[in-house]
Design a protein around this ligand. Structure first.
Ligand code: NA7
Length: 542
């Protein structure tokens, strides 16, 4: 491609462009400003919040606990903000992120209602040209994607959807003024974390809810409740230690994974430990034993325990049987946590359709037709998840050196070095990119680590008079192999329908995308890479 030294006419020039104003983009902007770079955040929505801006479906709530699903970079911020519940709801997280944007005066550097369509790198000029869907052009030395991992909605291509005369919604693109389910017949497709949160709330409002289930799922009670003021005080007095622990743990959570192996304890003791964890609730259920994600026999004990709970909760034995997960070990797909999910199937106004037995044939003007019968519906809720990790990046036409499209570079699955950079795409940083632990970790902590690493790298370049950084092919190939090896050291790839593998999107390459070697270990690797002069990266003066 022809290159020119002068930026395109009308282009606005910055040191860095950041795409997205969620947890990642806000903190990235703050840090870029702090080191004196000129930067602009481009955000498709009309407000900050990312995931928490879009996911306004009933029951939307974070599965990490509020005291650690938050920024750690400012002690004043963490001391002054008080969460109202054990798990933060969508509206509260959105309030928090708006508070952060105001408190750190970030809005003046964010351009809202601006969707990035394309970004291409010009090697001769060492700059990125970023084009929006409205035709605006920005030019920057660095392009930083803060687009999230679960932000590209997956609406399955079920024939007939356009003929449906009722209303339909994807949970990740929920109307801001809500949906009134009163008196309505609602069909919900999908029983992942989202569907499991939404179903009990929809059922409590609708005339009737029909849940269309393809893969039955494990779920652990969340045991949400109001924040205990005593607990809040104790955490705030001890925040430094809480944060230290989250940074070095396997999943970015402040709790310990037991060193004990499941089969090393007698059965009654094991069941008592599961029982206690079930009562405590939440994601730490999988921390009861050390080997739940590495040893199938150990995992079976947890999977059996949860199946027994489902049998005990759900009154109709046939419904309980349909809800029984069978095709994957516990926690090999992202484990949901719930508030009365299985109990919801005891309600008179809720029914369950097993799509494995009677698949959907099409959507009709009046509802959903399976191979068995038609279900008449007023509203269809698609809780069908996302084109995870790569989707948000690939829907932007990103082109690196010599015009190579990221779509082509990743035709066989994502390839990155540390999830932070892609060979052939100089000066592009991907916050929580594929190949990083991101989605297997508590997000805000994972995000802060990436942003801080990127800032250190840019500072290193400025100190040395360097203007261009790129992952080498060799370092990338080694990292891709390591990501693959880390996944296969666990049971995670055994869940054939998992979005970690891209399996929920037809035609997507089946590659285990996140780094499963542990967030704490990953942090150390990134630190070592930097300490060793950014090994695996190639720098140039311009
Ligand atoms: P998930 O976890 O990807 O769940 C999507 C659900 O939708 C899952 O039950 C899917 O079944 C189902 N699905 C997807 N496509 C179809 C079609 N075509 N027909 C029937 N059912 C379908 O997304 P969530 O939004 O729940 O959660 C995403 C993440 O957000 C979550 O893991 C947390 O990290 C936060 P399948 O299992 O593929 O058979």
């Amino acid at each position: 491609a022809a290159t020119t030294e002068a930026p395109p006419v009308g282009a606005r020039v910055y040191d860095a462009i950041v795409i997205g104003a969620g947890f990642s983009g806000l903190y990235q902007m703050l840090r870029l400003r702090e080191i004196g770079l000129s930067a602009r955040v481009l955000e498709a929505a009309d407000g900050v919040g990312g995931t928490w801006y879009w996911n306004r479906y009933p029951g939307a709530r974070c599965d990490s606990e509020s005291y650690y699903y938050s920024y750690s970079f400012s002690d004043e911020l963490q001391q002054e903000w008080t969460w109202s519940e054990r798990y933060p709801g969508q509206a509260e997280i959105l309030r928090y992120l708006n508070h952060v944007a105001d408190r750190f005066d970030l809005r003046r550097d964010i351009q809202f209602d601006t969707r990035v369509a394309a970004a291409s790198y010009d090697g001769a000029a060492n700059r990125w040209t970023i084009t929006t869907t409205a035709g605006e052009v920005f030019v920057a030395t660095f392009l930083i994607t803060a687009v999230g991992c679960l932000s590209s909605a997956n609406v399955p291509a079920i024939p007939g959807l356009s003929d449906f005369t009722g209303a339909w919604y994807h949970t990740g693109e929920w109307p801001h003024d809500g949906v009134d389910f009163t008196g309505k017949r609602v069909g919900q497709i999908g029983t992942g974390s989202t569907g499991i949160q939404a179903a009990p709330v929809i059922a409590s409002q609708a005339a009737h809810l029909t849940v269309f289930q393809r893969t039955p799922n494990y779920s652990i009670p969340a045991r949400n409740g109001p924040m205990d003021p005593e607990f809040d005080r104790a955490i705030k007095a001890n925040y430094a230690e809480v944060r230290r622990k989250t940074r070095h743990s396997v999943n970015g959570h402040p709790f310990d994974i037991s060193p004990v192996r499941a089969l090393d304890v007698p059965e009654d003791e094991r069941l008592a430990l599961y029982e206690r964890a079930w009562e405590v609730g939440g994601l730490q259920f999988r921390a009861v034993f050390h080997d739940l994600l590495t040893n199938r026999a150990a995992n079976d004990t947890a999977s059996d325990f949860i199946r027994a709970k489902i049998r005990a909760i759900v009154r109709d034995p046939a419904v309980a049987e349909t809800l029984m997960p069978y095709d994957h070990p516990f926690a090999t797909k992202r484990p949901p946590i719930d508030t009365e999910y299985f109990e919801t199937f005891n309600r008179d106004n809720v029914s369950l359709v097993d799509l494995r037995r009677t698949p959907i044939e099409r959507i009709t003007p009046a509802g959903i037709l399976t191979t068995e019968r038609e279900y008449k519906l007023d509203i269809i809720v698609f809780a069908t998840g996302f084109d995870a990790m790569t989707g948000p990046l690939l829907r932007i036409d990103i082109r690196g050196e010599h015009g190579t499209a990221l779509r082509d570079a990743w035709a066989d699955g994502p390839q990155t070095y540390l999830g932070l950079q892609v060979a052939g795409f100089p000066n592009l940083f991907t916050i929580t990119g594929p190949g990083s632990p991101s989605v297997l970790s508590n997000m805000p902590i994972a995000i802060e680590q990436h942003v801080d690493w990127i800032i250190d790298c840019i500072q290193h370049m400025r100190a040395k008079g360097l203007a261009r950084v790129e992952a080498t092919e060799e370092a990338q190939a080694r990292w891709v192999a390591h990501v693959n090896e880390a996944a296969h050291a666990t049971l995670l790839p055994q869940a054939a329908s998992s979005w970690y593998l891209g399996a929920n999107v037809p035609g997507k390459p089946r590659v285990f995308m996140p780094y499963a070697g542990g967030a704490g270990r990953y942090r150390k690797i990134c630190e070592t890479v930097a300490a060793n002069g950014y090994e695996g990266f190639r720098f140039r003066a311009g």
